[in-house]
Design a protein around this ligand. Structure first.
Ligand code: URA
Length: 184
């Protein structure tokens, strides 16, 4: 069963010591959502609130993501939400390449199990980890690769103090919902 396989990976992540980030965590954040999701959201790494709760996107960036999803008609319970990195980097610094490398195995296994048709990449760390160096103009557009449709967009944290970027995120997620609907 997909849900049980995901739960086993989540247990491994909570015990993981593959990189030094485990030493500073309160809780690892494996990700959450539907094991049958057609759409997965991938962010960068847990922030302070996520580290406290052990759940992805439950702080200020999460509120923006929730609002943009709701505006686009995407229900959180229908998708899977996770991060490239499962433990909080100190002071929310950008994850180091070796941390991304060490954590990659978990995201790969989650993707193999869920097998989503759509992959929404929230910000540069997720874009880099899954598609390589971000290219100008790629955000808000879809790319087909190995049977999946990748949809890079901005990181919700970038929109916290910037209403223009909040609108960009909302427009992108509405476009993504249109693609989802056109394929179901
Ligand atoms: N930022 C992320 O990239 N992920 C989270 O889960 C929260 C904030």
């Amino acid at each position: 069963m997909k849900a049980e396989d995901l739960a086993l990976i989540a247990d491994e992540i909570r015990r993981c010591q593959l990189c030094p980030l485990h030493r500073g965590r309160i809780k690892a954040v494996p990700g959450e959502g539907s094991s049958n999701a057609k759409l997965i959201f991938i962010g960068e790494a847990p922030g302070a609130e996520e580290d406290r709760q052990g759940r992805p996107f439950v702080g200020a960036a999460g509120k923006l993501l929730n609002d943009a999803m709701a505006g686009a008609g995407i229900r959180r319970e229908d998708v899977f939400i996770t991060n490239v990195i499962k433990c909080r980097p100190p002071g929310n610094r950008e994850p180091k390449p070796e941390e991304v490398e060490a954590c990659q195995i978990y995201l790969k296994r989650q993707m193999d199990i869920i097998n989503p048709r759509f992959v929404c990449l929230l910000g540069n760390t997720a874009i880099k980890a899954l598609l390589g160096s971000p290219r100008p103009g790629m955000r808000g557009k879809s790319f087909e690769k190995n049977g999946r449709i990748y949809f890079p967009t901005i990181h919700p944290a970038a929109a916290i103090y910037n209403p223009r970027l909040k609108l960009v995120l909302e427009i992108h997620l509405s476009r993504l919902k249109g693609l989802l609907d056109s394929q179901s």
